[in-house]
Write a protein that binds this ligand. Structure first.
Ligand SMILES: Nc1ncnc2c1ncn2[C@@H]1O[C@H](COP(=O)(O)OP(=O)(O)OP(=O)(O)O)[C@@H](O)[C@H]1O
Length: 361
């Protein structure tokens, strides 16, 4: 039995439908991350699970109990927001204990839980300060501490790190991963940050316009995107997608190289995907396609090349990204011939869904 289950959950605001029949099962102890473009419904879905909003149709179950009409306070979940939402007039200690005192918990129990959370989050020296006397990272720790002391069934985190600077995000990300491993409590986490999603998640839920596009473990999502949307959304820079046509069991890529494309009707419009990191400088006479370099991002460990397909006709030349290892010594305007291994090809059918079959992952 899943711990948190969404069954046909739908949400409309003033007649406008924003969540369209979402089904989702989350197991105990998972860290599930919601990702998707701005406005796709990540926060709305989290608020529906938390009980801050009510679904228009469908049901939400926690530990087998239908909680669809149960108030947020009685669902046993704890929410952590991007904005921290700390009480400014209270000390850190009071911020941590306030919610528990309201439940009439015994004082000794409250003190014990606050001390344990403060120790876990390394905020013991800050207990007598007010939020204005804390850095952003410290405030976020307090917000997480306030969730921990409640000993919730699950944590719901809405972009908890997005107000922090880049360096702090990285360290807080590691702390959150360690915290999750230590507590073993289910977490549902909304983020815009793909690195956060890839590194933290047990499974990622990719949403688009209020619908689930794919639910999978991070590397499965990267290696086997279910459709063109997920292929283009996961991975930065994005997967290169080449629309083409199936002819005689093969399909042509720019530059003329033909690759196997069995199992689709002759003449179908298909798409071939190649990740930037799977393109490499062609060896000898190896067939490939020619890219004119339009931009170079030299990162030291790797070089991201933005190229235009040489010989592309029409007004907008096709952009192709390649990630080359190290510092290959390329210059703007150079023409590179890029090759690839067929094992790395992604194939999508006329409906945009991944083509799977013998010999294809
Ligand atoms: N209270 C509301 N009233 C009306 N429309 C709303 C309300 N809350 C959200 N929406 C709409 O629902 C859609 C989903 O919003 P939501 O905030 O869940 O998206 P999101 O994926 O979290 O976006 P972002 O990544 O930008 O935070 C949007 O079109 C938004 O405008």
């Amino acid at each position: 039995m899943s711990q948190i289950a969404l069954k046909g959950v739908t949400k409309s605001f003033g007649g406008v439908s924003v969540i369209h029949g979402v089904d989702l099962d989350i197991e105990t102890g998972e860290l599930v991350v919601f990702v998707g473009p701005s406005g796709c419904g990540k926060s709305t879905l989290l608020r529906l699970i938390s009980g801050l909003d009510q679904p228009s149709a469908g049901a939400i179950e926690i530990d087998g109990r239908d909680v669809t009409r149960v108030s947020a306070a009685d669902r046993g979940l704890a929410m952590v927001f991007q904005s921290y939402a700390l009480y400014p007039h209270m000390t850190v200690r009071q911020n941590l204990s306030f919610g528990l005192e309201n439940t009439r918990m015994a004082k000794a129990e409250v003190t014990g839980r606050v001390a344990e959370a403060a120790r876990m989050l390394n905020i013991e020296p800050l207990l007598d300060r007010r939020p204005t006397q804390l850095s952003g990272g410290q405030r976020q720790r307090v917000a997480i501490g306030r969730a921990i002391v409640r000993n919730p069934t699950a944590f719901l985190l809405d972009e908890p790190l997005s107000n922090l600077d880049a360096e702090l995000r990285v360290s807080m990300r590691a702390e959150l991963a360690a915290l999750h491993a230590r507590l073993g409590t289910t977490m549902i986490y909304v983020t815009h940050d793909q690195i956060e999603a890839m590194t933290l998640a047990s499974r990622i839920v990719v949403l688009r316009a209020g619908r689930v596009e794919q639910v999978a473990r991070p590397l499965d999502l990267f290696n086997r995107p279910a459709n063109l949307f997920v292929a283009g959304f996961i991975g930065a820079p994005s997967m290169n997608l080449f629309p083409t046509r199936a002819e005689g069991g093969t399909a042509a890529l720019p530059g003329g190289r033909r690759v196997p494309m069995a199992g689709v009707p002759e003449g179908s419009e298909v798409t071939i995907g190649l990740r930037p990191q799977h393109l490499r400088l062609a060896q000898g006479n190896e067939p490939g396609f020619d890219l004119r370099i339009a931009l170079i991002e030299a990162l030291g460990t790797e070089t991201v090349v933005h190229g235009e397909l040489a010989g592309t006709s029409g007004d907008t030349p096709r952009r192709v990204f390649a990630i080359l290892p190290g510092q290959p010594g390329v210059a703007l305007g150079d023409i590179l011939r890029l090759g690839f291994d067929e094992a790395y090809l992604h194939r999508f059918g006329p409906d945009g869904q991944r083509l799977v079959g013998p010999g294809r992952p």
